[in-house]
Design a protein around this ligand. Structure first.
Ligand code: C2E
Ligand code: CA
Ligand code: CA
Length: 526
């Protein structure tokens, strides 16, 4: 919908005033220079063109008619000789003025409408018709009003998109936005914007009286853990909010930035709500500097690999090893992935790390040649792309190592990217490599997903394994995983084994392999 503004802008009024002054001066000048027979009468086209091109056909036509009258009945053809104009003469001139101003004004109106239409397209989201970030940027002047700005995420956009596609996701976004509009419609001075994906921004303006922000927050929170149905498919809504209280004089754009920073922080920390403070900026500056330093460290060989052996539970023989990345700083301190991997995984740097670990895996395989020992490499969801998969296949080919000794570990979050990942997994399998599902039991742990993916090994998460000697729920869970695996020809690894009792229970339960500090500490490869 195109919104027209009826308020005449200051510059438009200026053009009107100037045009009227100019047309009066032209009339006086024409009179003084001999009347309408003088060529100076044509000067009248200047104010006529000016006003109709700046103020449209209506203002232009009124002004043109007045110009026609100024050079009309009281203006002689020749002022020196006192010859009056024939009425037909000035009436035709007046009509020509009006027609010309009407034509120019129509073009000007059309241009103005096109401009408004384009501005509207730029500042409004096509799915929800809500104002978008561009609109926020255009409103970025500081006003003397306090504001509360809420950045709100209502779901995992990328996951829903990769699972259900654009059309479905767009309808989900529209549905969410309608819900939000309904909730917020009760309140005055509250504006809703679509920010990005399934993220929205709510701007609450506190003028003389304070809008009840708590009530609004409560209403928004009430949507948490609810579902909406799109084509009878329930979509789970998770409300995460970042809040910025901005003082008068701060631009909306800055307030929105603060709210978004708080939202990102809340998402990162797994919190439902976060209120902005300066420390959050420092946190993200830190994140940026870690990513930058990591890039340099990778280039200068400061990212090393540690290996942790994995043993046959029955025989105690080495079955393979898992490669774990380590960041060795200039002062020789060693940092574990817990300090950097979640940051790196959000950037494309993870691909460089994975390629680096592929190189390390090949080195290890070449070193342990003839020993028939597996090497495991951890893959992130972002690694499932031609660049990384082809690198793995080519490197294995070029070094002539046995692909059957390569195990790719993936985590359960990959299940949500089925469409993208599954083809690559089959490709790796067809090349002889094996696939392990890592940290099983710590997340969704769905057998349904397992049956849909080509999985050779299940690595049962250490958090369950370490309870099996005293917690019967953990033990029966592990038992059921082992039973499922045996039926489906999948082998099992117990992760995080820390003592001999756990080793014994693992053996009793029929787990194939064990990994953990008790049997082998991760050891840096130099
Ligand atoms: P993960 O794949 O589950 O690897 C096992 C983690 O458990 C390792 O932590 C290992 O040091 C630790 N661990 C081994 N035995 C025990 C034990 O008995 N008890 C306990 N509590 N922990 C044990 P690390 O090396 O800190 O790595 C943490 C995670 O970082 C890994 O978990 C993996 O998800 C990720 N990671 C490590 N290296 C890479 C990598 O090169 N690429 C990617 N994408 N992720 C990596
Ligand atoms: Ca792993
Ligand atoms: Ca694991």
């Amino acid at each position: 919908m195109i919104r027209r503004t009826s308020i005449l802008k200051k510059e438009n009024i200026l053009y009107i005033v100037l045009s009227y002054i100019l047309s009066t001066l032209v009339a006086v000048f024409v009179y003084l220079t001999g009347g309408t027979s003088s060529a100076f009468a044509n000067l009248m086209y200047i104010p006529i063109a000016t006003i109709s091109s700046t103020n449209g056909k209506l203002n232009g036509a009124i002004h043109a008619a007045i110009c026609g009258l100024l050079l009309g009945p009281f203006m002689p053809v020749d002022s020196n000789l006192g010859i009056a104009q024939a009425p037909i003469n000035w009436v035709i001139r007046l009509s020509i003025y009006v027609i010309i101003s009407f034509i120019i004004g129509s073009f000007s109106d059309f241009n103005k409408r096109s401009k408004e239409y384009i501005t509207n397209l730029l500042t409004h989201d096509t799915i929800t018709n809500l104002k978008n970030i561009e609109a926020i940027k255009r409103e970025a002047t500081s006003k003397d009003e306090r504001k509360t700005i809420i950045a709100l995420s209502v779901g995992e956009y990328e996951e829903i998109l990769s699972f259900f596609g654009y059309d479905f996701t767009n309808r989900a976004i529209l549905n969410f936005s309608e819900k939000l509009k309904t909730i917020l419609s009760k309140y005055k001075k509250v504006d809703l914007y679509r920010y990005d994906g399934m993220e929205f921004v709510i701007v609450i303006t506190h003028d003389d009286k304070l809008v009840n922000t708590d009530e609004i927050l409560k209403a928004l929170k009430s949507m948490h853990k609810s579902t909406i149905n799109i084509d009878d498919i329930p979509i789970y809504i998770e409300i995460i909010m970042g809040i910025a209280n901005v003082e008068a004089g701060i631009t909306i754009l800055e307030g929105v930035r603060q709210a978004i920073v708080s939202l990102r922080y809340a998402i990162e920390k797994g919190n439902r709500m976060e209120v902005y403070n300066n420390h959050l900026d420092n946190h993200f500056m830190n994140v940026v500097s870690i990513a930058n330093e990591f890039r340099v460290a990778l280039k200068h060989g400061a990212i090393k690999a540690a290996y942790q052996n994995i043993y046959h539970s029955e025989t105690g023989d080495i079955h393979g090893c898992e490669l774990l990345s380590r960041w060795v700083s200039d002062d020789q301190s060693v940092y574990s992935p817990g300090e950097f991997i979640s940051i790196i995984e959000r950037t494309e740097l993870i691909n460089d790390l994975t390629k680096h670990m592929i190189d390390k895996a090949i080195e290890k395989l070449l070193k342990d040649k003839d020993k028939n020992i597996f090497v495991s490499i951890n893959f992130s969801p972002k690694d499932f792309k031609d660049e990384v998969i082809d690198y793995l296949i080519d490197t294995v080919d070029n070094h002539n190592v046995n692909p059957k000794l390569i195990l790719i570990e993936i985590t359960e979050d990959i299940f949500l990217k089925k469409e993208v990942v599954i083809g690559y997994l089959y490709k790796l399998r067809s090349r002889g490599m094996s696939i392990a599902i890592d940290d099983f039991g710590s997340g969704y742990s769905s057998y349904k997903y397992l049956s849909e993916f080509p999985i050779d090994i299940i690595k049962i998460d250490g958090s369950i394994i370490n309870k099996i000697q005293y917690n019967h729920v953990s033990r029966s869970l592990v038992k059921s995983i082992v039973e499922f695996s045996k039926v489906n020809n999948i082998r099992t690894v117990a992760e995080g084994v820390e003592n001999v009792e756990v080793v014994k229970v693992c053996r009793d339960l029929g787990i194939d392999y064990i990994q953990g500090y008790y049997v082998h500490q991760p050891t840096l490869i130099n």
